[in-house]
Design a binder for this molecule. Structure first.
Ligand SMILES: [Cu+2]
Length: 437
């Protein structure tokens, strides 16, 4: 992890941010206990002060270009504070796209990690590392989660969709808008409790989620030299967004955080999600496909768990969540419709099997959970089910055969401004997802 020699960038070491599953037990527990140390002592604690900062600055840091650089700086500051407790700590990220088709089965919810859903009635999380944690803001309370299903969650947006957003957005703020809502906001929304509020850093899952969002931005930046320092749009105060724009409430300008290389960190990809070609086009796995993998004209809904092959359509965001994020409801609905078209088009490709769809199989989850036994091993020994598709006896893998991006997807998506489907399942779920406070 460390690099003793000064790096060409002037870094003495490059911190490698890794997917939380690929940390050893020792690394993960070091991270957890440092967070708990920030939460100890008289309230408001150091940990609480981050929550307060996030909440106070929320109005200009969500729904504007600042969203990505501000959260980059925010979690970086948090990481540096943790490093004062233990210099070996590097923020992990949660690649929720990997778990997107059944997020409730993600290992982060384990009883020895973050714990699971809040209990019925008061939404208090009663297991995991933070069962006894009492967030201070807006008033002292138990840690709340309130998943938007019944001990399940809506599907999230998948690896294909992240890749699709990255490869179709030409301008910085176009990418930012598309990433912030729907995909980023929907994870907040579906976890519920603290997460769909501006006190969201009360839930330590916040830092995992935002490290992934930061990773997605850094990948977009790396796609082209033109993207590397791209920054545009309009700030909350109406001024044009520039690299010299200050970050609200933080001692940095955008230019200070635009390049993660200069910040001396990098993201180690999580191999499980890279089952597509360079452009994000999916790979066809079999001819003929298993019967479940044949497109029947409808993408499975957000809470469906039987279909192992097709991408589920996540639920729509609540109006209240969109408005809290300073976004325009009509614009987000347009983006949701665009992503729904993309999901349908992926699913309709002949022989298409989502690389994420199979991981809701209990046998895969078991395999994932059992890989962190050796504290010294780290990610190098992590065995990723890189051939998830071949696990189905009926699917004869043919990873060499690629299909291109669905023809016309971009054009079609861009002109599509119709309202998203009124899916009764989505509406029902939205009601369940009422904010807990
Ligand atoms: Cu935020």
């Amino acid at each position: 992890m460390t690099d003793a020699k000064p790096h060409s960038s002037g870094c003495t070491r490059i911190m490698e941010r890794r997917e939380i599953r690929t940390l050893s037990d020792k690394e993960r527990n070091t991270y957890f206990s440092a967070i708990k140390q920030l939460q100890s002592g008289a309230a408001p604690t150091v940990y609480d002060s981050y929550v307060s900062l996030h909440w106070k600055m929320a109005n200009s840091t969500h729904g504007f270009p600042e969203f990505l650089p501000w959260h980059r700086a925010f979690i970086l500051d948090f990481e540096r504070t943790l490093q004062k407790i233990d210099a070996s700590i590097v923020l992990p990220y949660w690649d929720w796209t990997y778990d997107s088709q059944a997020p409730e089965l993600a290992p982060i919810w384990r009883s020895d990690w973050y714990g699971g859903n809040g209990r019925p009635g008061d939404n208090c999380v009663t297991d995991g590392q933070w069962a006894d944690w009492r967030p201070f803001y807006p008033q002292p309370h138990c840690l709340h989660r309130n998943w938007d299903g019944n001990n399940t969650m809506s599907a999230y947006y998948s690896p294909e969709i992240t890749r699709y957003l990255q490869t179709t957005a030409q301008l910085y703020d176009d990418f930012r808008v598309r990433l912030e809502a729907p995909p980023h906001a929907q994870v907040h929304n579906s976890i519920g409790g603290e997460m769909p509020t501006m006190f969201s850093p009360n839930d330590p899952v916040f830092y995992l989620h935002h490290a992934y969002i930061d990773k997605a931005w850094s990948e977009w930046q790396a796609l082209s030299p033109r993207n590397a320092r791209a920054y545009d749009g309009t700030n909350a105060d109406g001024t044009p967004a520039k690299l010299s724009s200050p970050l609200t409430g933080l001692p940095y300008r955008v230019s200070d955080v635009i390049d993660i290389g200069q910040l001396c960190y990098t993201y180690i990809p999580f191999p499980g999600t890279h089952d597509s070609d360079e452009d994000g086009a999916p790979i066809a796995h079999s001819t003929p496909p298993p019967s479940d993998a044949v497109w029947n004209g409808t993408s499975p809904n957000a809470f469906e768990r039987q279909n192992l092959y097709k991408l589920r359509a996540p639920i729509l965001l609540l109006d209240s969540v969109i408005l809290m994020n300073q976004q325009i409801v009509g614009e987000v609905r347009r983006l949701e419709a665009l992503l729904r078209v993309a999901i349908d088009e992926f699913n309709s490709l002949p022989g298409y099997i989502s690389p994420a769809a199979l991981i809701n199989r209990p046998d895969f989850v078991k395999r994932l959970s059992g890989t962190d036994k050796d504290p010294a091993a780290g990610h190098s020994s992590y065995s990723v089910p890189s051939t998830t598709h071949t696990a189905t006896a009926t699917a004869t893998a043919d990873p060499g055969r690629e299909i291109g991006r669905p023809s016309g997807m971009r054009e079609k998506a861009d002109v599509r401004v119709s309202k998203p489907d009124a899916d009764p399942a989505n509406n029902g779920a939205s009601r369940v997802a009422a904010k807990s406070f």
